[in-house]
Design a protein around this ligand. Sequence first.
Ligand SMILES: [Zn+2]
Length: 289
Amino acid sequence: MIPKFFDTHTHFNFNAFKDDSQEAMKRSLDRDIWFINVAAEAKTAERAVKIAKDYERGVYASVGLHPIHTFEDEFEEEVKGEKVKFVTRAEEFDLEFYSSLIDNNEKIVAIGETGLDYFHLKKFPEDQQQELRKKQQLVFSQQIELAISKDKPLILHCRSLEGFDAYEDMFSILAPAKKKNPKLRGVLHCFSADLAVMKKFLELGFHFGFNGVITFARNYDEPLKALPQDKILLETDSPWLTPIPYRGKRNESLYVPEVAKKIAELRGESWEEVSAYTTQNALRLFEIN
Ligand SMILES: [Zn+2]
């Protein structure tokens, strides 16, 4: 059995769903939408795994340490129209913890999200930024090693800050690793760079994830149109980045067909075609059968 749509990046394991994750997941599964709950640190990794265990199929987990959880900070996020405080902790990458999670749970299909987030460092003084960028790069490299040793794909998060190109640094870390380990693979989630950057990562064989942003921002059209079908993945990044026409509501995997619809429109393909090839791509990359 193959699902109609595959949301390769969602967060039913996050607090935004703490009261109704089961109902929300059921809404997606009932519409034949499968998904991967992606972790950001140890707690959400454990929760993603626990959730996946309750389902025979259709619900998977990715575990890893997000770059924003390598330092301590406090953000405000909007969830369901409410301002919610969001605290990150400075978590060290615990190789043993993640390694044994993966060894004991076959529903873990990827490592991530991991990568570089220079954007959220902007409030720190410059010397501290430099230090925090180095730390992110180290933690990222450790997770690349984990992906290689467990033979799992990476789910990559990458966000630049003016003057500090995170995509360039990510490429200079990934390219030599790929050369040494040709099986290294993964997806640039929420891809947000230009055509030239896309081509570099495409040469490394990586996939590209697109979400609701493409329904309301036009700067992703060019790379999206240029990509071969076999490298495009659907995602929501729920609870954030809700697509048109659901803006203002909490996002969930149920809305992933809107992303497929926009991709179809931009690329001159049919909705059915986009849903079919993106689903195949997800099943192939994450080795789900
Ligand atoms: Zn995410």
